[in-house]
Write a protein that binds this ligand. Structure first.
Ligand code: GDP
Length: 336
């Protein structure tokens, strides 16, 4: 760590950043939004400032329960998060909602981007809603969201909800940054099989079947199927059996039951020590992801690699050099 990267105490930060840190700590939504914009910036000077701001705030993070919610488009994620958020605020909580949507760089934000979503929650002083960063790759989006989550915690939000679309890799990524990962499902038979195929069941700490108001019978069938599906997979914790809940987000029914289960989960895993352990593992995994990304970038930008990569690639394609020998030769550049 060189001098530039050393964390500075709050009082040593430049005035602009100190104001930002103090604003975040005071729970000001404008300061929080500004700080998130800073961490989302790709400019090198902004990145350096963002890291100093994050470092200054780090001692005040970690106090929220982090809940991931995924579901296919139309499952009712925004309706559910709004109903839950309003209910939680009624219970005295402060709620931040973030999103991980790797497609947002292309579509301009397919989840949370639309201002009409969560209209009621948006207006609440105790809520903070932020659309997905549009940083391009899933890894980039996830990194910004992780950092935004820390900022929200420093601003005093005690519940952080991370929303993601139930398609592809983003679910695993979000499961890796939250305490509890919840699948929001429609009461359609067959949904469970899809999830098993995708390997998603394993990472679910809770399954919530939404739209129970439409067809209670189908909902009961779906619930039984999900319970079976969850029995088939190895549990992440011996101290937690993922429950299958039914709710109606539209009618705001089932919110208390949902939250009771979140608290039960937190209490059970706190008692066993797994709650803190999971966060430690997630932090280390995050560090390694950043190291790998950094090494990749360093490798790709190395002049020696740039020079010899086309020639060696061709040579491997033609069978003149083994992939192992080429990799070895390319990696050897990093030593210089
Ligand atoms: P998202 O794409 O997962 O965020 O889904 P939305 O929250 O936008 O919901 C998709 C549609 O389902 C909307 O028309 C909602 O009004 C409707 N919806 C959401 N939850 C429920 C529910 O519990 N019951 C019924 N009947 N409709 C719902």
């Amino acid at each position: 760590m060189n001098a530039r990267e050393m964390p500075l105490p709050v009082h040593a930060l430049p005035p602009e950043d100190r104001t930002l840190v103090e604003g975040v700590l005071a729970g000001q939504r404008r300061a929080l939004a500004k700080a998130i914009t800073l961490i989302e910036s790709t400019r090198a000077d902004h990145r350096a400032r963002a890291q100093q701001v994050l470092n200054a705030l780090l001692p005040r993070t970690g106090n929220a329960i982090r809940v991931g919610i995924s579901g296919v488009p139309g499952a009712g994620k925004s309706t559910f998060i709004e109903a839950l958020g309003v209910w939680l605020i009624g219970q005295g909580h402060r709620v931040a909602v973030l999103a991980v949507d790797p497609s947002s760089s292309i579509t301009g934000g397919s989840i949370l981007g639309d201002k009409t979503r969560m209209e009621i929650l948006c207006q609440k002083e105790e809520a903070f809603i932020r659309p997905s960063p549009s940083a391009g790759s899933l890894g980039g989006v996830a990194e910004k969201t992780r950092e935004a989550m820390l900022l929200c915690e420093a601003a005093g939000y005690d519940v952080v909800i991370v929303e993601t679309v139930g398609v592809g890799q983003s679910e695993t990524t979000v499961a890796g940054m939250v305490d509890l990962f919840c699948l929001l499902q429609l009461p359609n038979a067959g949904d469970d099989l899809q999830a098993i195929k995708k390997g998603i069941v394993e990472i679910a700490d809770m399954v919530v079947i939404n739209k129970a108001d439409i067809d209670p019978k189908a909902t009961a069938v779906a619930r039984a199927q999900w319970k079976n599906a969850l029995h088939l997979v190895r549990r992440a914790s011996p101290n937690w059996e993922p429950p299958v809940l039914t709710v109606s987000a539209l009618q705001k029914e089932g919110m208390a039951d949902f939250w009771e289960n979140v608290e039960k989960y937190r209490d059970a895993l706190t008692a066993s020590g797994e709650f803190a352990q999971k966060r430690r593992h997630q932090s280390l995994a995050w560090m390694w992801q950043l190291i790998e990304a950094g090494l990749h970038q360093h490798f790709n930008e190395h002049p020696g690699v740039r020079e010899s990569l086309p020639r060696l690639s061709q040579s491997v394609e033609r069978g003149l050099t083994t992939p192992a020998a080429a990799a070895h030769a390319l990696l050897a550049h990093l030593k210089h």
